[in-house]
Design a protein around this ligand. Structure first.
Ligand code: ADP
Ligand code: ZN
Length: 266
């Protein structure tokens, strides 16, 4: 039996899994993301129980995805200081001489949607997670897209809503998309958890206004067949119809957007 390894490296926890050649999950392992010295041996120990054929890594960013770069596979300027400039991919390559793929957590999620999720019939699409941060994974021609680096489309610069007086929570840009619409941005406005807001709170229209601007900009630039929403804040099921409404207002009939039921997905 052949086995394949996968890692979702998150800022809070690491999730590792081994799948067999039939696509069945053989084993899963989870541990908190503390320091490389403490966390890495646990991950390597887990995969050591199997002879894996390959290892796919989806990692919190920013990361170096450029194969010709001297720091390929490293974690870059993350606020998690212990992991800054850490050679994440290289540590696994030293332990296992197998084929590896290294990309962002959101690109890996997008790829998963294509292999066995809601986008199995799509060639070009985006996955957006609205959680602690906002991240976007891009699939073009059924492959993960990297340019000079991985897309950072969660930090789009967007127009402020006239009724929104929050200055924004992004440490770099303040009022970028993530700074205005991520879970912590919502929580900084209301001094309570985003899931404690009522479903019909007027704020969700403002949230939808921001997310619709992002989706519209993605629609104009990469023309995705669909945009898949993930992450904690996307659990607010009223959001997609609100985003759809805002999207139509922004578009003003300019481009023929795909049918909304297939365009915006959970
Ligand atoms: P992470 O981004 O850390 O991987 P999540 O995607 O769960 O984790 O995002 C966490 C954020 O989403 C937090 O700010 C949390 O308050 C918010 N969140 C989680 N569940 C909901 C919900 N049902 N409605 C609105 N916000 C939520
Ligand atoms: Zn930003």
């Amino acid at each position: 039996m052949k086995y394949y390894g996968g890692i979702e490296a998150g800022g809070t926890k690491m999730i590792c899994a081994v799948m067999n050649e039939d696509g069945v999950l053989a084993e899963r392992f989870e541990c908190p993301t503390t320091t490389p010295e403490e966390t890495m041996p646990k991950l390597i120990h887990f995969f050591n129980s199997y002879t894996i054929e390959s290892l796919g890594i989806g990692c919190f960013g920013p990361i170096d995805v450029h194969k010709s770069s001297s720091t390929y596979g490293h974690i870059l300027q993350t606020p998690k200081k212990a992991w800054r400039n850490f050679d994440f991919l290289g540590s696994f390559q030293k332990a296992f001489s197998v084929e590896t793929v290294f990309t962002t957590d959101v690109n890996a999620a997008a790829y998963g949607e294509m292999i066995s999720g809601t986008a199995t019939n799509n060639r070009n699409f985006l996955y957006i997670t609205i959680g602690t941060g906002i991240g976007v994974g891009v699939i073009i021609n059924r492959e993960i897209y990297h340019g000079f680096t991985h897309p950072e489309a969660g930090h789009l610069l967007i127009r402020k809503h006239a009724d929104d007086h929050f200055s924004g929570s992004c440490p770099n840009h303040h009022d970028c998309l993530e700074g205005l619409a991520s879970g912590p941005a919502i929580e900084a406005r209301f001094k309570k958890k985003a899931f404690d807001l009522y479903e019909d709170d007027p704020f969700w229209t403002i949230e939808a206004y921001y997310l619709a601007q992002a989706v519209y900009n993605y629609a104009l630039t990469v023309s995705p067949e669909c945009v898949i929403f993930g992450g904690g804040v996307s659990k607010q099921r009223q959001l997609l119809p609100l985003i759809q409404k805002e999207l139509e207002q922004l578009n003003m009939g300019y481009i023929a957007l795909p049918d909304h039921k297939s365009f915006l997905r959970h």
